[in-house]
Design a protein around this ligand. Sequence first.
Ligand SMILES: [Zn+2]
Length: 77
Amino acid sequence: MPKLKCVCSEVINLSEIPSPHQYLMISDQKYDNFQGLVDTEVLYREMIITVKCPTCSRLHIFENGFDNPAITYQLES
Ligand SMILES: [Zn+2]
């Protein structure tokens, strides 16, 4: 997914690696399964990719991977 169009019309470029717009989340329970030295690739696969719009700060959370629609959260005004 090289680009994501936000509801605010911003086109977020995700082709840059690492991306300044992409964040990685993991639940506290899943993170607790990791102990000692960690294989970062295994950890990465457990993470939920989140994209933050640089214009409106909406969060687009891809809980089921980039192949499925994101859940979008908007800041309260
Ligand atoms: Zn936006």
